[in-house]
Unconditional design. Structure first.
Length: 191
């Protein structure tokens, strides 16, 4: 059975079938979480932002006009929620131990990279994305993992198209450097 498209699901919700919102949550939860995590670099905060974004999207659904795709609209909500959370966290005093939850050093053995599989490539790319600037990681994530166009990314982030292109360019260089540092020269087998 084919999955219903977003417009169909939204119409169901507007007709009172509230449980249909679960389809949208399931469809976008991973990407919303990933987007928030790229900005916040903290699992718990990213989970809270994802929940808040879905809650705001549900409440705002009657105002959703459909001028952009639902995915673009909810990504924009999540993006702004994550930025708002980041600003709040930056204003909070840092904990006494100076460590951030969720940031752990990972040691890799070079022998592990022989015959690396596609899922492992994605995993290592995501680890490297976690090491670069949030604004670059977000743009790369939306472009490569969610396959949004530059124009859609500009709409989500409210940046100009040229600024998105610049961030993509800089982000690619930052990602390559992070991968090379993490993989110690094995980056060519990954890409």
């Amino acid at each position: 059975m084919e999955k219903p498209d977003d417009k169909y699901v939204i119409n169901q919700i507007r007709r009172g079938e509230v449980s249909a919102f679960a389809i949208l949550v399931e469809r976008y939860r991973h990407m919303i979480y990933t987007l928030a995590f790229q900005i916040l670099k903290n699992r718990e905060d990213a989970e809270e932002v994802a929940q808040d974004a879905f809650f705001k999207a549900y409440k705002g659904l009657p105002k959703f006009e459909g001028r952009s795709a639902f995915s673009t609209w909810i990504y924009r909500i999540a993006y702004h929620e994550a930025l708002s959370r980041l600003r709040k966290k930056q204003n909070e005093p840092e904990s006494l131990d100076g460590q951030h939850a969720g940031s752990q050093a990972v040691v890799f053995d070079e022998q592990l990279f022989k015959g690396i599989e596609s899922q492992d490539r994605i995993r290592f790319l995501k680890l490297a994305l976690g090491q670069i600037k949030s604004e670059e990681a977000v743009v790369l994530t939306l472009f490569y993992f969610e396959e949004l166009s530059v124009e859609e990314i500009a709409e989500v982030t409210q940046l100009s198209v040229s600024n998105v292109k610049v961030r993509l360019h800089r982000g690619r260089h930052s990602l390559l450097a992070a991968l090379e540092a993490r993989l110690k020269g094995e980056v060519n087998t990954l890409l």
